[in-house]
Design a binder for this molecule. Structure first.
Ligand SMILES: [Zn+2]
Length: 373
């Protein structure tokens, strides 16, 4: 879960959290409902009633966003796609789906389940209105929630990946082309195009006297554009690396040191001298561990002359490593998950080399050079 989120417990085993920014939105929305939206339609309420109905409505709206995300999650779980967490943000919610969906059909239903939930809520609150028409506070709440859930469903259906509509679109292209990679690229490019339309429309609104709304629309456009661009970048890297293995990019000239080497020697000879960020610890041709810059920095400099590599190293049994035949994209994913910048390439207890992020980057650069010719 996100560090800036407050935990609200679990539903269906999924941790639910609220981003701190949500409290600001809660205050702003309650304020705008209590001071302008409700007074415009429901006259002569006591002031406190506007505020109470406003706050309760915003809490129900929050529940609606949560149900939208749970809609995605329930279908994802049915297709055995793990859901790591749900976090509620300024713009609504994000369900952290753990992996790419197994098929185009699965992606289609997972993506559309959210808007369907929102539309169902909009219908429910519309049908509620005639029932509660004599009780103004509940009528006000039902009217607003019918409107906001309908808007939420429609907004999310905009075919700009990574919005739900963009995912539905990607699922359809995936079904037709049978290629997830191509479908992702096409959907992300459509997403960028739509994001630019938002920005252009927003700026035009800003200059035709509707500054606040225009700014908001342009901001949403900017947000969508950066999400789509980062998707395209990730996909390009994935495409370039596809079919290439760790053995193609790894560095074979790693530096090995003896377990008894002091940190002072390590720092002076290897880290400062050669710019090494990780050193393999070896005894009689057997790898016993790995020392990274991080391990060294954990020890105060005054103790470097008396501390040995063996004392600070990550022992071989706990070392995250890869093997020469592993897919490069998998190795990169592993580094991201473990938060490390390099992986030793092992074959049993034999070390064959080291794969660092920088090695993958220079490999990518070479690959893209070749592509251009
Ligand atoms: Zn959604």
């Amino acid at each position: 879960m996100n560090r800036s989120a407050i935990s609200l417990g679990r539903i269906l085993g999924i941790p639910i959290g609220v981003d701190y920014s949500w409290f600001l939105i809660f205050a702003l929305l309650t304020w705008s409902l209590a001071t302008s939206y409700f007074p415009a339609e429901f006259k002569d309420w006591p002031v406190t009633q506007y505020w109470i109905v406003g706050a309760v409505t915003v809490i129900f709206m929050f529940g609606s966003v949560l149900l939208h995300e749970l809609g995605h999650s329930v279908v994802a779980l049915r297709y055995k796609v793990p859901v790591r967490s749900i976090t509620l943000f300024v713009f609504g919610g994000v369900a952290q789906i753990g992996a790419e969906p197994p098929s185009a059909i699965a992606e289609f239903w997972i993506a559309i389940a959210g808007p369907i939930t929102s539309f169902a809520l909009a219908i429910f609150f519309s049908l509620l209105q005639p029932v509660v028409s004599t009780f103004a506070p509940v009528l006000a709440l039902a009217k607003y929630l019918a409107y906001i859930n309908g808007t939420l469903g429609l907004f999310n259906l905009i075919p700009g990946f990574p919005l739900d509509g963009g995912r539905v679109f990607r699922a359809v292209v995936w079904g037709i082309t049978k290629s997830l990679n191509r479908a992702t690229l096409i959907a992300a490019n459509l997403g960028r195009f739509i994001a630019y339309l938002f920005i252009i429309f927003g700026v035009w609104q800003m200059f035709s006297g509707n500054f606040g709304n225009g700014l908001w629309i342009a901001f949403i456009g900017w947000f969508l554009e950066s999400a789509a661009s980062s998707q395209i970048r990730q996909q390009t890297i994935h495409d370039l690396l596809e079919g290439h293995h760790v053995a193609d990019a790894m560095r074979r000239d790693y530096t090995a040191v003896l377990p008894g080497t002091t940190l002072e020697q390590l720092v002076n000879q290897h880290i400062l001298g050669n710019g090494q960020r990780s050193l393999v610890v070896k005894q009689d041709d057997r790898v016993t561990g790995l020392v990274t810059l991080h391990n060294v920095k954990a020890i105060p400099a005054s103790d470097w002359s008396t501390t040995t590599a063996a004392q600070v190293m990550i022992p071989v049994t706990k070392m995250k490593c890869t093997w020469p035949g592993a897919e490069l994209t998998d190795a990169l994913g592993e580094m991201d998950r473990d938060g490390v910048n390099q992986l030793p390439v092992m074959d049993g207890y034999q070390i064959l080399g080291v794969l660092g992020r920088d090695d993958v980057i220079s490999f990518l650069r070479t690959l893209s050079e070749f592509r251009r010719h």
